[in-house]
Design a protein around this ligand. Sequence first.
Ligand code: DGJ
Length: 317
Amino acid sequence: MTVIEPGRLFRDQDGRPVQLHGAGVLFIDGRFWAWGEDKRSGGTFSAIACYSSPDLAGWRYEGDALSAGTGDLAPGRVVERPKVLRHPASGRYVMYLHIDSADYADARVGFAVGDHPAGPYEYRGSVRPLGRLSRDIGVHAEGDAGYLLSEDRDHGLHLYRLTDDWLGVDSLVSTTLADHGRHGYESPALVHAGGLYYLFGSDLTGWATNDNRYATAPALAGPWSPWRLFAPEGSATYDSQISAIVTVHGTERTSHVYLGDRWLPDRLADSPPVWLPLHIGGGRARLEWHDRWSVDPRTGSITSHHAPHRAHQEEST
Ligand code: DGJ
């Protein structure tokens, strides 16, 4: 049985640490596909790695979806938080990226397109959405409409509608600020559940973790509620930063899985995933810690697995 152990790196089919940092996930024809930052060269770009899994726990490396090249993708630059949507009309996969210089001054969003989840993706360049800075990103799709979440420092966290081909930014839908009003949240993720939108984000503390928060709204244009905690106060979101939320549409229930990163700034490639069940409903969100757990992609049910009692077994032998 393959289980998720938050705080431990996944290994791929060859035993190598899975590079799903800042991950994005899509469920395609019965399989989870995931894209992540390959941090084996440290903080700057080497590749966006692609993996697939039947259960979010056992991962197969599918190759690099995007590799270092020139311009925006030159080694030494920052390429973070790959998020992929499938464009409904064309069936093509569109990858969104935080594109930046090493000092995070460029602050742009990049677009790439592929015919297969694993790629290869053709890079289409980057923009500053409607002229604004764009750092951490998230994505959301609803029928023909695609949306981009984009963090713009003291101007807030913006939600933009994408152009019809989903390869550009069309218009601003809403902007949120943290309750203290000084800036918006980063590393955004959006979920639609039970007729409400839940918007998640992290405070701006670099690689250090903080108490992440969420707000709700009846419509994408708002009004957005005050921000609330979804993990125990002071736990720094179980020492992790949100990256994305996966919705598992099962036959018995719809489950949500929180994908977070516990960044190790000096050893970024070893930063373990902190992936946990996220309970969403009735306007509330709550992250629940499990040492070992699994989600059944067919039924949507979540099972907690007891850790093997090694110490106890050793005592009794
Ligand atoms: C916070 C962002 O969420 C990360 O993706 C990364 O850009 C770090 N900042 C770098 O300090």
